[in-house]
Design a protein around this ligand. Structure first.
Ligand SMILES: Nc1ncnc2c1ncn2[C@@H]1O[C@H](COP(=O)(O)OP(=O)(O)OP(=O)(O)O)[C@@H](O)[C@H]1O
Length: 339
């Protein structure tokens, strides 16, 4: 039988993890909450936002707290799938040699792989990545490498999105969440970011966090137990299914959005995988809130983070995804009455 974990003690640990993140990134408690839910749901995370708003800091802080092997790779137009797996070089004897690349250096101890600026890489590089996210394994040097504890973090900056590659739909669908990060509006926080020298040096900022506060190699067992413990009553299940149905066909549900032809809006709705991920995240949120049953609020809280990047808009609407998708998602929540 699987070892039973003490869910109440682990909840305290998860809240300490969240608090530690909030101690190094300022002004983004909601994003930190979402990231915490994603990590304790064992999901991969895509961060999106302007440049220099703390995305890398947040992800590196999470990696530090998880412990285990950490690697990162920079998205670049000439990045090849093989760059993840090995480096070819000329050794001291002048002969060609290869060394394990970023993915293979830690083997099973790899806990966080960070794909910086994922949208600068070509789709070829995404293919390997897709398998890595879906199966947590890759083939190299005639064998299979497994990364059972791996969480993939990726970020893409918003400013250059037009000049770079869109992440293929299949790859996006494998991220549990897409989290948007913005610079804080509050004057005090802006002042802190400008004048508090703590925020000038990311290495020092992140280095002060306790490494391995949340042991990465126990998250699989924990998440399995959280998922099987949090109950969903029938009325709640019906509510969740109704959200999905309305999202798939908002026109039939009577939803209209300004300046949008609803009959031509959607190229694809949320996938079953996406909806399963929604419930996974909602259960983790319920556990963090100290409950062993789901409420509509759990679903509503994770809804934008889990669903926005899974809604595919057609034609010209695709270019306005950033404006229209959140409106659509909110309209769906407004339409379906909670039990
Ligand atoms: N909200 C924030 N909290 C803490 N530090 C921040 C915040 N926003 C910016 N910083 C500081 O600004 C600098 C840049 O942050 P970071 O590298 O994390 O940004 P980024 O969003 O990843 O940028 P890019 O997209 O250019 O990689 C760091 O020194 C970081 O500490």
């Amino acid at each position: 039988m699987e070892k039973q974990m003490d869910l109440a003690a682990w909840r305290e640990g998860a809240l300490a993890f969240e608090q530690a993140l909030n101690s190094v990134v300022v002004g983004m408690p909601e994003q930190v909450r979402a990231l915490t839910i994603a990590i304790f749901s064992r999901g991969h995370v895509l961060l999106e936002g302007d440049v220099g708003v703390g995305k890398t800091t947040l992800l590196r802080a999470a990696a530090q707290l998880l412990g285990g092997g950490y690697q990162r790779i920079e998205g670049a137009i000439d990045l090849m799938p093989s760059d993840f797996l090995y480096h070819a070089y000329i050794n001291e004897q002048g002969q060609a040699a290869v060394k394990p690349g970023p993915l293979l250096q830690h083997e099973e101890a790899l806990s966080v792989f960070f794909f910086n600026e994922i949208n600068r890489a070509r789709p070829q590089a995404h293919a390997l990545f897709l398998r890595l996210m879906a199966e947590r394994s890759v083939n190299a040097f005639n064998r299979e490498y497994h990364f059972p504890h791996l969480t993939v973090f990726a970020d893409r900056n918003r400013l250059e999105r037009e000049e770079t590659f869109e992440i293929p739909a299949a790859a996006r669908d494998r991220f549990l969440m897409e989290i948007s990060v913005k610079a804080p509006d509050a004057r005090e926080l802006q002042r802190a970011l400008m004048f508090d020298t703590r925020f000038y040096d990311v290495d020092a900022l992140v280095g002060q966090l306790p490494s391995g506060l949340t042991p990465y190699d126990q998250l699989n067992a924990l998440a399995t137990q959280v998922q099987s413990t949090v109950r969903a009553e029938m009325a709640l299940q019906e509510y969740a299914v109704e959200l999905w149905r309305v999202l798939k066909d908002p026109l039939a549900a009577g939803i209209s959005l300004p300046e949008v032809d609803m009959s031509r809006l959607l190229a694809g709705g949320a996938s079953p995988r996406g909806m399963a991920m929604l419930m996974r995240s909602a259960r983790t949120r319920a556990w963090l809130e100290g409950r062993d049953y789901l409420t509509p609020d759990d679903i509503r809280a994770v809804w934008p983070y889990v669903v926005t990047h899974r809604v595919f808009l057609s034609g010209a609407y695709a270019l306005q995804h950033e404006r229209i998708a959140p409106q659509l998602l909110q309209a769906v929540l407004d339409k379906v009455s909670a039990p």
